[in-house]
Design a protein around this ligand. Sequence first.
Ligand code: 5AD
Ligand code: SF4
Length: 442
Amino acid sequence: MSAAVPKTFFLETFGCQMNAHDSEKVVGTLLGQGYLQVPTVEEAGLVLYNTCSIRDKAEQKVFHRLGDYKKLQKQGKQFGVLGCVAQQEGEKIFDRAPHVSLVCGSASYRKLPEMLVQIAAGNQRVTGLDDRETDECFETEFTARTNPHRGYITIIEGCDKFCSYCVVPYTRGKERSRTSDSVCGEARQMADRGYTEIQLLGQNVNSYKDPAGKMTFAELLTAVGEVPGIRRVRFTTSHPRDFGRDIVDAIDASAALCDHVHLPVQSGSDNVLNAMQRLYTRQQYLERIGWMKSAHRELSITTDVIVGFPGETESDFEQTLLLLKQVEFDAIFGFKYSPRPNTPSLSLENAIPDEEKSRRLRTLQEAQKAIQTSRHQRHVGRQVEVMVEGKNDVRGHWLGRTSQNKLIGFTVPDGSVPRVGSYVPVVTTVSFPNSLMGEMVL
Ligand code: 5AD
Ligand code: SF4
């Protein structure tokens, strides 16, 4: 390619918030190398997929995409697979999709600039596959954040928990935290650029250990909340085993820390928790819920549940349904167990048939819908602060999020046009299982 023609790339992201934020860093890195981002595969010289392999369906998506666009290689396009599928499948991807020339796991992104040089030179087999070797985090000054008001900061990468069903410890490498100084520095920089909401990210965000030994996770939350200009701090995802009471104390003490905790339980049965190697019991999980329920402000608590883990009996599943009723979560993300390559649970007996997994998932979601319907009714008549996200052009109302992370649609007084990214007071007038409606007040 001649120097006058800009190198172009297209990037599609699958999966979790960690991937979304990794992509913001990857985009920044590419822009820093003189690439131009384009909105379609057709316009791009380099086509990248940042992939997810947490469940089978997620993994299949990238191979479908690569299949769809195979013929475009003839036009000189280069293809790259990044993220969890890249790390998990490694060089096997070159066999399965020979038109791919870059395979790079997330633990190797810091080497991207060198890999891009090789790609630009026409190298057909460029790999970055660090597995669990690296001690480094992917920090870059080039992060290209897509939202100008709310932004992510990764505080810890990787995972050392090794739940028996999960690929993450293999795909994202070992646990490694950034120093609290560098996290707070990035938060200050973001505040200077006008950000008011920060979401701290980590696969197990609350397993955070400051390499400089200065701050605990709860202290880091407080410190980020104290950065001038920052009005909201969120954090995800927490692991129950490392969830200390000091986190709830920090939320109690700082209005900037949002009224929401996502604490995946996965199952309400001790037998299943044990087989999953989750490192806590139902009782210990409920103890943490108790701390949150006794917080000064009402906290929204959300969770993840896996149904149909090998050996999960009907009575184990009922324990999960009971737990939902006991805790009254504000939302749950339910998943059918998906066997993953190289994970210990692959060798477990008593697999649950897919039909039965589907039935349990439906039952779980119906039970939760009833809980959410009644929990959301309690919001009617309350006034909350809402961060404005935009306008629903079809329905004509505005959209925003509460500190509890609830989506709320709202009407505004005649003549007023709220600024996207601003905070406005809204009184809830109607509730639905998954959202709220309200009226902005002056
Ligand atoms: N099968 C089904 N769900 C899974 N999750 C992680 N691994 C699997 C798997 N093998 C779910 C867990 C986790 C969420 C991000 O994805 O509930 O909390
Ligand atoms: Fe996966 Fe468990 Fe680590 Fe979460 S804690 S990323 S579920 S191994």
